[in-house]
Design a protein. Sequence first.
Length: 196
Amino acid sequence: MYNRQEITDKRGTIKRSRRKFSRKPTTPDYRINRSIRAREVRLIDHNGSNHGVIAIEEARNLAEEANLDLVEVAPGANPPVCRIMDYGKFTYEFTKKEREARKRQKKIEIKTIRLTPRTDDFHRDIGVKNARRWLGEGKKVKFMVRFKAREITYPELGQRALQDIAEELSDIAVVEQKPKLEGWRMTLMLAPEGGV
């Protein structure tokens, strides 16, 4: 869905379209009440007791008597399993659990240090010092040696530099990915020794 926006300036009117992005609903899609298509369902009431296989109209009547919703929780079963519950409360609790799980999730940040085969020792040591600090904070560090022009004919120079860095940081880090040439770049990935 596009939204047209008009901007007027000295030169005239410019029409610009912007794409609207809508967030996906986080709650699962369940059929409720009248949208359930099966003729017979296995019913579990709001107390958790099983009523067995009954007609859909009878199940809807039981849900209406309890002032709750009839929710199809297992549509793939034969017959489908329906539960009598408060659907609004169910979706609220579902989104709340999802939010809590997202908070507890640990995000690992990867820091990148770029080098060349001809990088001087002084500048390399600054990168190693920064990497030591980041590894201490629990972040992963990626060393990238970028080859230019004819330097690519000597990949062993970049590999030697990355192996020296890995040896220097071996007391605080483990090698997650050994030096590997990918196109014009050679990369080395280091992770904190504690195992994040």
